[in-house]
Design a protein around this ligand. Structure first.
Ligand code: NCD
Length: 497
């Protein structure tokens, strides 16, 4: 079976199926075995390398990859040297760069920036990190390393350690691991737990189940607070077969790999920095001696800044420099496939996938509700003139919208129906999103408000059944971002029928 990835984008790891990921690996294997024979494969092609955030490994390995394929590179490493500094939008930049280059690799601090570039450029786009959102090409080399070191990708046990909140590498990696049927231990530094929207994906779009851990009980050893374990069933579509997890037993059995991340200091509010750095966990020789770590390889996307002691570098289980080196063959494979310079002929083999496809209704209106994530591209001043706010309705109870750019979730407080106010009912009424009315309105007729004022400004009056009661009054809840206030979640009631 021939797999072609020509003209595709890689914005999130879900843009590639498990089979396509295996195809990238097959291509990387071939390349790694004959590096010098690859020169010329991308001759005449130009890669635009746009890095608006610091980078050593990702930028240089992409650029080295393109040079080794015989292609050329044009690059930007500073926002201040581009017209973005003059207030140009990402969309305009994408259109123009797309007309100069055959492929674009972009890293940008705004979440969703790579998606916008892909929406506006006519050439394939690779997301090399969009703020704290995703970093899918890093995931490819992480999975490739796991496959090389562990000989399989299926059914692995991996612990994700450190800053799971802002670490974009672990967001992409957790999803990919779940799709290959992994058990994942979440070991965040306290306060840096995996975000809600990633957890939702893991538990609704892949077949596994999450079990929360509420701190070590007496006699149990907790290395650092283990927040949760994600388990996939022994085969796809066998949800019922997931065994109850004995957390302590799980810990003692150990994991195939410990994936360490640094504190993403650049994404914190300045006030939060000092305190949080002090309590950040360190992987050192002592940890390596713990029960269950005998066979565990240590991975890290790098750079490290103190969370990984130098004393373990010589230990054969330390895999992070090998992992970084694999960035070149993986990115050579990716570039040659997306540019259509190569296709992969794969043997007919059933590739197991634990993904379960979901089609969510879309919420898109010209005016009204916006993403609440201040780091999302859709709320940046320079992008306002063209951006279309768009969400997937991922749940009705409570009403939950997922931004299509950054994937953060919001729980809006008020709703109305466009159908009723277009003459079927006389008066325009709005209701609490937590009332049963949410189940009565078809997604295509739904109007969503971020506040009562917004509903009133648009000429709606409170509907009897949807009246807010006391302190549940109207503030939109969103996933917590650093420095943002948490608001009480309004629980949805079951629809009356
Ligand atoms: C990571 C990144 O930029 O997200 N680094 C990388 O690409 N190798 C991880 C990090 O910076 O901590």
């Amino acid at each position: 079976m021939v797999i072609s990835l020509a003209n595709r984008d890689l914005i999130t790891i879900d843009d590639l199926s498990n089979q396509e990921i295996e195809a990238v690996f097959a291509q990387a294997d071939e390349i790694a075995g004959s590096m010098s024979a690859q020169f010329g494969i991308c001759q005449g092609k130009i890669m635009a390398s746009l890095f608006f955030e610091p980078s050593t490994r990702t930028r240089l390995s992409f650029e080295a990859a393109m040079h080794r394929l015989g292609g050329r590179v044009i690059s930007v490493t500073e926002m201040g040297n581009t017209s973005l500094a003059k207030g140009e939008s990402i969309a305009d930049m994408a259109r123009v760069v797309g007309s100069y280059a055959d492929i674009i690799v972009i890293r940008h601090p705004w979440e969703g920036a790579a998606k916008v570039v892909a929406d506006y450029a006519d050439v394939p786009v690779i997301n090399a990190g969009d703020g704290g959102h995703e970093h899918p090409s890093q995931t490819l080399l992480d999975l490739y390393t796991l496959k090389k070191e562990r000989k399989t990708l299926e059914g692995l046990k991996i612990a994700l350690w450190g800053d799971l909140k802002y670490g974009r590498t672990v967001h992409s990696l957790a999803c990919a691991l779940a799709r290959f049927g992994a058990t994942i231990h979440f070991r965040p530094s306290p306060g840096f737990e995996m975000p809600e929207h990633v957890i939702r994906k893991l538990t609704t779009e892949y077949t596994g189940r999450l079990e929360r851990y509420n701190g070590p009980k007496e006699g149990e050893k907790g290395l650092i607070p283990l927040d949760a374990i994600y388990v996939t069933p022994s085969g796809p579509h066998q949800l019922a077969n997931i065994p109850a997890i004995g957390i302590q037993m799980e810990l003692e059995k150990g994991v195939d790999a410990l994936y360490v991340t640094r504190l993403q200091k650049e994404r914190l509010e300045p006030a939060a920095e000092g305190e949080r750095e002090k309590s950040y966990p360190v992987v050192d020789k002592k940890l390596f001696r713990e029960k269950g770590f005998g066979e565990t390889i240590i991975m890290h996307p790098l750079p490290r800044v103190g969370e990984l002691a130098y004393e373990i570098d010589a230990d054969p289980r330390s895999t992070y420099f090998k992992q970084a080196a694999r960035g070149v063959p993986i990115r050579m494979a990716l570039l040659s496939l997306l540019l259509g310079a190569k296709n992969v002929d794969m043997p007919e083999k059933k590739i197991v996938s634990f993904a379960q496809k979901r089609e969510y209704p879309v919420y898109k209106r010209d005016a009204g509700i916006k993403c609440q994530n201040r780091k999302c591209i859709s709320v940046q001043e320079t992008e306002q003139q063209y951006i279309k706010h768009e969400f997937q309705i991922v749940s009705g109870e409570p009403l939950t919208l997922r931004c299509i750019y950054c994937e953060h979730e919001i729980h809006p407080p008020y709703i109305a129906s466009s159908k009723w106010h277009q003459g079927i009912v006389e008066k325009k009424r709005y209701y609490r999103a937590s009332s049963f009315m949410v189940g009565r309105i078809r997604p295509e007729n739904l109007i969503i408000f971020g506040s009562e004022d917004e509903a009133k400004r648009q000429g709606f009056k409170p509907g009897k059944r949807g009246k807010p009661s006391g302190n549940e009054k109207g503030k939109m809840q969103s996933e917590k971002c650093d420095g943002e206030k948490e608001t009480t979640r309004v629980q949805a009631r079951k629809p009356a029928h």
